[in-house]
Ligand binder design. Structure first.
Ligand code: ATP
Length: 487
């Protein structure tokens, strides 16, 4: 640079340029000298006095103005598109913490949807398709694996007009019907009852949102859903052996209408089946806690939400109250206390502080039910035995008392060594202090060797239904085990 500071563009019109500085090139030939003396056609500066004004002085500001305008419009378009995209996300789903409903659900009526053979496909306009709420889960599956959208008509046909004879059970949010879909697939169809305040809408959204993204052999699969006008229905894989509750506590399940029919008459679940169920459930919770990001907290894990397939393999269901977000500070979410009496972790019940460890506590209660055959809260029992956890905890660490507390239906199908190990896991899970409870990964790892030892079946493969009361160990008495004293 020489000593000529370049003027700012904004000052161009008011600025009188200094004459061109002498150039070393002017000492050269004529052509070079002419080129230097003639006004440079692309010079931004006005021509010297007396010469014709350069037309570029008019064109340049105009072009600058035009470019500026184009840029402005482009920025505005980008802003509008970004904002629209954000609104659509909020409208379609639930918030990250899952408590606040989004915009009112749009219907999936025939005018709004793309259809093929009368079936509505979400990508063509139905709200619960691939762009569901921004739960931010890393486990996003391709659309082809997603849930289908059904019309109300289709589900009406599948359930014989929602006939009473097809009622499988009733839950807090609606009635579940047995059904057969158009292609012959058996299904469990849950018809949610929306009240005047549209309670149930949030549960519907969360369940569709989560289950259409999470796929695990240990979770009940969502085949589809229907959001046709005011109807809200969920279509699940049919689990022919009902809930774990209907097997462990058949009378209680029938009394509350959770199960309309008593369980199949094969008798109580045997020890090995119970172990496999425990492992399947542990894997389901491990998946929710460790294999999704952010973690999903089930929030209502209990034996009504454990369903059994034709091989008595367990799958966890009912994500209506699930919560996403233990990615928050300290892995905690503060929330309304929802769940089932007897399964609630103490810190969650008293303060609403929810973490994955709340699920671990509930899991511990289910493990105790599998061990003892008792319900979590039973006011019919003698004082001191009403609450399963408080009754069981001191017994879990005492060999003799432990053997006595085992479900009498198990009649010596287990070794005391295995029993002690399972009891130790249960005891850890129901610790009052959340930080002393194990991770579900630890529970899975502790259960695997116990389950594997069985000569009858292994939970790592899909098992055939084991025989009832398979005694795969010699009677415990012969081994000098105290279990022989079990009733
Ligand atoms: N996929 C399924 N296959 C077979 N039966 C099912 C299935 N889902 C639910 N059921 C039956 O329907 C009943 C009601 O289920 P639902 O999920 O509505 O309620 P719940 O889990 O028992 O209770 P809540 O919703 O109050 O926690 C269950 O107890 C079970 O008997």
């Amino acid at each position: 640079m020489t000593g000529h500071p370049r003027p700012e563009m904004a000052d161009v019109s008011a600025f009188s340029p200094s004459p061109p500085a002498p150039s070393p090139l002017s000492a050269g030939g004529d052509v070079a000298a002419d080129a230097l003396l003639a006004p440079w056609p692309l010079s931004p500066w006005p021509a010297p006095h007396g010469s014709r004004p350069n037309p570029l002085f008019a064109i340049l500001p105009l072009s600058a103005l035009a470019i500026g305008l184009v840029l402005l419009v482009a920025v505005a378009v980008i802003l509008v598109l970004t904002r629209r995209g954000r609104l659509r996300m909020v409208g379609a789903g639930v918030s990250v913490d899952g408590d606040k409903p989004g915009a009112p659900a749009s219907s999936c009526d025939s005018s709004a949807r793309g259809s093929h053979n009368g079936r509505c496909y979400p990508a063509a306009g139905c709200i619960y398709g691939g762009r569901l709420g921004p739960l931010g889960l890393a486990v996003v599956q391709p659309r082809s694996q997603g849930a289908q959208v059904f019309t109300y008509r289709e589900l009406e046909r599948a359930t014989d007009g929602f006939s009473e004879g097809n009622v499988l059970g009733r839950g807090a949010y609606g009635v579940v019907f047995r059904g057969r879909l158009g292609d012959g697939t058996p299904a469990a169809i849950k018809r949610l009852q929306l009240d005047l305040r549209r309670q149930g809408e949030r549960e519907f959204r969360v369940e569709v949102d989560l289950l259409s993204r999470m796929h695990s052999p240990h979770l009940v699969g969502l085949l589809g859903y229907c959001a046709d006008q005011s109807h809200r229905l969920l279509v699940f894989e049919f689990m022919p052996n009902g809930t774990l509750k209907s097997h462990l506590h058949p009378a209680a399940a029938v009394a509350t209408e959770e199960a309309m029919t008593p369980p199949p008459p094969q008798g109580p679940l045997d020890w090995q089946t119970r172990l496999c169920i425990a492992l399947d459930c542990a894997r389901a919770l491990e998946f929710l806690h460790e294999h999704t990001s952010p973690a999903v907290i089930h929030r209502d894990f209990n034996c009504s939400n454990v369903l059994l397939d034709h091989n008595y393999r367990a799958r966890v269901s009912d994500f209506a109250t699930a919560k996403v977000g233990s990615n928050k500070a300290n892995g905690q979410v503060r929330t309304r206390v929802l769940g089932t009496t007897g399964y609630l972790a103490p810190e969650y019940a008293s303060t609403g502080k929810l973490t994955t460890k709340s699920d671990v506590y509930s899991y511990g209660v289910v493990l105790l039910e599998l061990l003892t055959g008792r319900v979590p809260v039973d006011t019919q029992r003698p004082p001191g035995q009403h609450v399963l956890v408080s009754w069981a905890l001191p017994r879990l660490t005492n060999r003799e008392r432990l053997v006595q507390m085992v479900d009498p239906a198990l009649k010596g199908q287990f070794t005391v060594k295995d029993l002690v190990q399972v009891a130790a896991i249960a005891a850890m899970c129901v610790q009052t202090k959340a930080e002393y409870r194990p991770l579900m990964t630890d529970v899975v790892q502790s259960l695997i060797p116990i389950v594997k030892k069985s000569p009858v079946m292994s939970c790592s493969s899909t098992p055939a239904r084991p025989l009832q009361h398979v005694v795969y160990m010699s009677p415990l008495k012969k081994q000098g085990s105290p279990a022989a004293k079990a009733p």
